[in-house]
Design a protein around this ligand. Sequence first.
Ligand SMILES: [Zn+2]
Ligand SMILES: [Zn+2]
Length: 150
Amino acid sequence: MAPMKNASPVGDIQSAIRAAGARVTPARVRALAALRAASSPQTHAEIEETLAQEAHPAIDRVTLYRVLDWLCSAGLAHKAADARGVFRFSAAQPNVEHAGHVHFRCTGCGGVFCLKSPPPPAPALPRGFRLGGMALDIRGECPRCVRAHS
Ligand SMILES: [Zn+2]
Ligand SMILES: [Zn+2]
């Protein structure tokens, strides 16, 4: 699916949500817009605070949790714990199929970065086992956190 030229950011967000096979709701659009506008990974509370400053009805806490989890499962956002163990959310790079490459998780800021490498092949399984999925946890520090700690 080619992105439309000259599409407004909101139009981009709406089509990304539609492409994920979901209904476009104001809460999903606003949460994803807030993540894409953020310069660093955001906690649930920070996103809640950003959205509360908008001239729209507030999104209640539970709905926002659900929306953020949905964005992550739809591949539109990433979730990773920061150095204090607090989960932070960041927008996934738009118009990219994230199943085709692996991700690097920064343990400093909770950022998640797309790597160019494809996922490794599944290991050979003993007889009788059936593979259901693989999750690879590649972690360390991003360049910004490395600089901050040296
Ligand atoms: Zn970092
Ligand atoms: Zn990715």
